[in-house]
Design a protein around this ligand. Structure first.
Ligand SMILES: CCCCCCCC/C=C\CCCCCCCC(=O)SCCNC(=O)CCNC(=O)[C@H](O)C(C)(C)COP(=O)(O)OP(=O)(O)OC[C@H]1O[C@@H](n2cnc3c(N)ncnc32)[C@H](O)[C@@H]1OP(=O)(O)O
Length: 152
């Protein structure tokens, strides 16, 4: 894919997230893109992120993938809707239902769908699948950092 990922368009001061910051050398550097009206992020987890049983991902990482992709989706939705650059979205609330174990060493697909845009708030519905099988689903309430809080 040659298009720029959402996270690669964040201003430098917002690009240090462990999950998706392009400037975090030790981070996972997750990348999210539009796919029609939905968004998509693909990631293959190293087995070192295993949960209680070898070969399966621990829940915190599943939530983390959905969290970062949700924030990026909110940012992109805002930018597309109001046609002006958004600052950065932070997570106010994240709900995850774990439906089936998610494997390590297999490409995971996280998808986002805009549920609501209201003021600084964007609600994103999220799924995480492996080889077409749903492993987790949920939603996130993302809130844009107001410009004046960057200095405070
Ligand atoms: C990353 C860039 C850093 C830039 C640094 C710049 C300077 C610092 C400025 C700011 C720092 C923000 C912190 C950065 C954290 C790092 C990034 C992460 O790791 S994200 C994961 C962890 N998430 C947090 O740590 C958020 C902690 N929470 C907060 O900061 C606030 O609670 C925040 C910004 C999320 C909302 O506070 P409000 O006072 O700005 O806005 P209200 O009016 O309360 O909410 C706006 C709308 O969102 C809904 N909302 C808020 N919390 C909700 C919740 N828990 N569930 C459902 N809806 C909620 C409200 O009902 C409202 O919606 P209605 O307009 O009424 O429709």
């Amino acid at each position: 894919m040659t298009e720029l990922a959402f996270q690669d368009q964040y201003a430098d001061e917002y690009a240090h997230c462990y999950g998706c910051g392009r400037l975090n050398e030790d981070g996972m550097k997750l990348k999210s893109y539009w796919d029609g009206e939905e968004t998509v992020c693909r990631f293959t987890a190293d087995p070192k992120f295993s949960g209680g049983y070898p070969g399966f991902l621990y829940g915190g990482m599943i939530a983390s993938l959905m969290d970062c992709h949700g924030a990026a989706t909110a940012w992109a939705a805002k930018a597309r809707t109001v046609q002006q650059e958004a600052t950065r979205f932070v997570t106010a609330s994240l709900k995850v239902d774990f439906r089936a174990p998610a494997p390590t060493n297999v490409e995971l697909e996280v998808r986002g769908k805009i549920n609501e845009i209201k003021g600084r708030k964007v609600v994103v519905d999220l799924t995480l699948s492996a080889a077409g099988k749903l492993c987790a689903e949920g939603s996130a309430v993302m809130v844009e950092i107001p410009i004046n809080r960057q200095e405070g």
